[in-house]
Design a protein around this ligand. Sequence first.
Ligand code: URA
Ligand code: SF4
Length: 226
Amino acid sequence: MCPRIATDGIPGAAAFVPDAHSLAILQDAVQRCRGCTLYRNATQAVFGEMQASPANRNGAKAQIMMIGEQPGDREDKEGRPFVGPAGKLLDRCLKAGGIDRKEVYVTNAVKHFKWEPRGKLRIHKKPAASEVLACRPWLEAEIDAVCPRLIVCLGAVAAQGLLGTGFKVTKSHGTLQEAEGLPPIVATAHPASILRALKIEDRERQTASLIEDLRKAAAYRTSHAA
Ligand code: URA
Ligand code: SF4
């Protein structure tokens, strides 16, 4: 189903993903990935995690897997996903939407931070489709290890990575999507894009819409529970 060879001459992560799909083994191995060039300017790879209890973190099965775009500046330094400003907004929306983040496995479509310098700041740069494809074997290994009942894609990069480039989050957010070989998927806005909106009214409206989508995701999870 998924192409194993990335485009644009990028080798892709497949050769770096170990056969054993335990999260602890994957998390260790991803630090040595050279599947595309993004590792070069990043501090470390940021793998997915479930906050649960520390003892449970690496073995837990989550009902929901959330997929963002790529680590940001804070995530790159701390080595954990969604711990910066976008993560704080996500936490707030999850709570309002009735989902406990501790029960969610949170990860990103791309595991290394892509950025460009602006003065002393490192500004996020959107990953290319070829880099998302290159990194996909890690995501597949995570899905295999976690077996989520539902995937929630945060933003277009994650959504289009799984549902194709024709998928529009603005049009189809909050509705259940199907992709061959994957659990049901719901896409919604990325919290970082909400933070970038200039007007407070826009941020409030988009936040309310994200919460509404997460409420729907919580309901789908329950109605699809085995
Ligand atoms: N944005 C993302 O997509 N992922 C993170 O981990 C942080 C910010
Ligand atoms: Fe490997 Fe993904 Fe990092 Fe590229 S972004 S080096 S494919 S882990």
